[in-house]
Design a protein around this ligand. Sequence first.
Ligand code: AMP
Ligand code: ZN
Length: 114
Amino acid sequence: MEDCLFCKIVKGEVPSTKVYEDEEILAFKDINPAAPIHILVITKKHIESLAHLEKEDEALVGKIYGAINQIAEEHGFKEKGYRVIVNCGKDGGQEVMHLHFHILGGKKLGEKIV
Ligand code: AMP
Ligand code: ZN
């Protein structure tokens, strides 16, 4: 989508520090990290939010979790653990309207809600 920040990152129009890329998925460092490790994993395809996921996208979400584990392994935090968060819509606190998965780690995370 033209005016979408993360689509611009996919197209290389906005710079990012990439940590993983394949045909359908891109992962890069969050610009404002909330933990020592804070990586965003996105679909290259523009999907507005989790709530906008179509049936045909469900396999892609499975692949995202696979990519997350691969990133955790390659970056050496798989053993210690990490948290994956998807903010969805207004109440969920989503600010960038392009589906993304936050990976947080590198310390014992606090503020557990669930
Ligand atoms: P959310 O609040 O779930 O929509 O998360 C959006 C995330 O995108 C926030 O953690 C921001 O710090 C991050 N962010 C915003 N702009 C950029 C950017 N240009 N590069 C990397 N991360 C970004
Ligand atoms: Zn987008």
